[in-house]
Ligand binder design. Structure first.
Ligand code: ARG
Length: 462
């Protein structure tokens, strides 16, 4: 059993069950790279400040490099009795270079060390998420561009409302995922703050140079309060919350793809390579991918609530409860990454059933608002026009017709204002292209929105 760095004041060995219970190595071993990177920077700083010698520093840095290679080659041995990744690395360094390794922890505590590791990790992961969302938004734009002539019914209350361009509908998701991107970018500002130097909670008496450590690790800011720096996990909670919102958006698009690919809608068809069959019903082609994305949204929300609950009411500063932050964080990172990735692959392969969508946008009185607006332009107050069209709809329903299938004389029964020109307004194309208001579904607007989005994406890379 390995020696514990803190067992000087203990007269009994830790019970095996306690070691097993308190160990987090299975989970936090993922932070080995960040831990080593942070230790190297700390080591350099200690030498620069003459707190340790240059020789001691270079022996330690070499040792840390060796440990990294061992971990990456799979030859590193993990041991439950060493609790976490920080103690594993410290212990292994001791085995490799002997007593001098014990100087690494000068002016540092595991409390500021773990906070540093989490920030380094999350900074990298946030950047990856932002890049992934960039690719996903690009895929959405391409889909919208390719199908710019597809007309579909827009819905409210899941009832057919007014025709829209399929591309307009897709670009709505572009906007949502762009805001998600902004949320991750914004979170980065607060992640990018170095807690190292806070030590256990009160700071340190050693003449350390926090600026120098920050520079090496490319942090933009140095934490201003040592207690806060080791106590809070709000930067993780922010990430989990941005991830939850992003999953909520993914879940909504998933729900739509599931509905649209049903026999009832038939608006789209999932590519065979992204669907699965049933073991009993030979006719089935199931939209498992969007279903699972929709389902996984639950665990991402769960992770957010878990960490909020872990942190709730914790007295300052560090408490061991906080070790529980990593599982929800890693699970969220993995889940979000998997979901966006699969969407990037799946979305370009959707088959769009243009004719069926068009037919659906021409049935179900989607032009009722159009008729009311027409009556308004003919001088009728909107509320009166609304009532008038309502009556026309009910007449058409009784006669099993659409509004545009009624004759002019039939329409005139509801208002003498109506002239033949109304029929021009009734086509889905007209209904769409007359909605030229900024943000509306007119083809020229959607084309402009696509162009703007393309430029936005290009600028983001630059
Ligand atoms: N494994 C611990 C965690 O993840 C590291 C910090 C331990 N600090 C302590 N004082 N026990 O939170």
């Amino acid at each position: 059993m390995a020696q514990k760095p803190w067992d000087g004041r203990f007269s009994e060995k830790t019970d095996r069950s306690v070691e097993a219970f308190t160990s987090s190595i299975d989970i936090d071993k993922r932070l080995y790279r960040q831990d080593i990177e942070g230790s190297i920077a700390h080591c350099n700083m200690l030498a620069k400040q003459s707190i340790i010698s240059e020789d001691e520093s270079s022996v330690m840095i070499q040792g840390l490099g060796k440990i990294k290679r061992e971990i990456e080659s799979g030859s590193f041995v993990y041991d439950d009795s060493l609790e976490d990744i920080h103690m594993h690395i410290e212990n292994s360094l001791n085995e490799k270079i002997g007593k001098v390794s014990q100087k690494l922890h000068t002016a540092r505590s595991r409390n500021d060390q773990v906070a540093l590791d989490a920030r380094l990790y999350l900074r990298e992961e946030s950047e990856k998420t932002i890049k992934l969302l960039h690719d996903f938004r690009e895929v959405i734009i391409q889909l919208a561009k390719r199908h710019i002539d597809v007309i579909m019914p827009g819905y409210t209350h899941l009832q057919r409302a007014q025709p829209v361009l399929f591309s307009h509908h897709m670009m709505a998701y572009y906007e949502m995922f762009s805001r998600d991107t902004q949320r991750f970018c914004d979170g980065l500002k607060r992640i990018n703050e170095i807690p190292l130097g806070s030590a256990a909670l009160a700071g340190t008496t050693y003449p350390i140079d926090r600026e120098y450590t920050a520079e090496q690790l490319e942090f933009h800011k140095i934490s201003a309060n040592s207690i806060d720096a080791v106590s809070d996990r709000d930067f993780i909670i922010e990430f989990l919350s941005a991830a939850s919102i992003c999953m909520m958006h993914l879940s909504r698009i998933s729900e739509e793809l599931i509905l649209w690919s049903s026999y009832e809608f038939k608006f789209i068809e999932m590519p065979d390579s992204f669907a699965t069959g049933s073991s009993i019903m030979p006719q089935k082609k199931n939209p498992d991918v969007p279903e699972l994305v929709r389902g996984k949204t639950g665990r991402v929300y769960g992770n957010l609530v878990a960490l909020l609950t872990i942190m709730k009411s914790l007295p300052l500063a560090y408490n061991r409860d906080m070790q529980e932050d990593k599982e929800p964080l890693f699970d969220t990172v993995d889940t979000l990454d998997a979901c966006i990735n699969i969407y990037i692959r799946m979305l370009p392969n959707l088959k769009i059933n243009k004719d069926i969508m068009y037919k659906a946008s021409n049935e179900g009185f989607l032009n009722a608002t159009e008729m009311a607006d027409y009556l308004v332009t003919e001088g009728m107050p909107f509320r009166e026009a609304h009532g008038c069209v309502g009556k026309a709809v009910s007449f058409a329903l009784e006669n099993k017709k659409e509004l545009h299938e009624l004759t002019l004389n039939e329409l005139k029964k509801f208002s003498l204002h109506i002239k033949n020109e109304i029929f021009d307004l009734f086509t889905p194309e007209q209904m769409i292209n007359r909605r030229k208001v900024f943000g509306g579904t007119a083809t020229e607007n959607v084309k402009a929105a696509i162009k703007k989005a393309e430029k936005e994406l290009k600028d983001e890379i630059g």
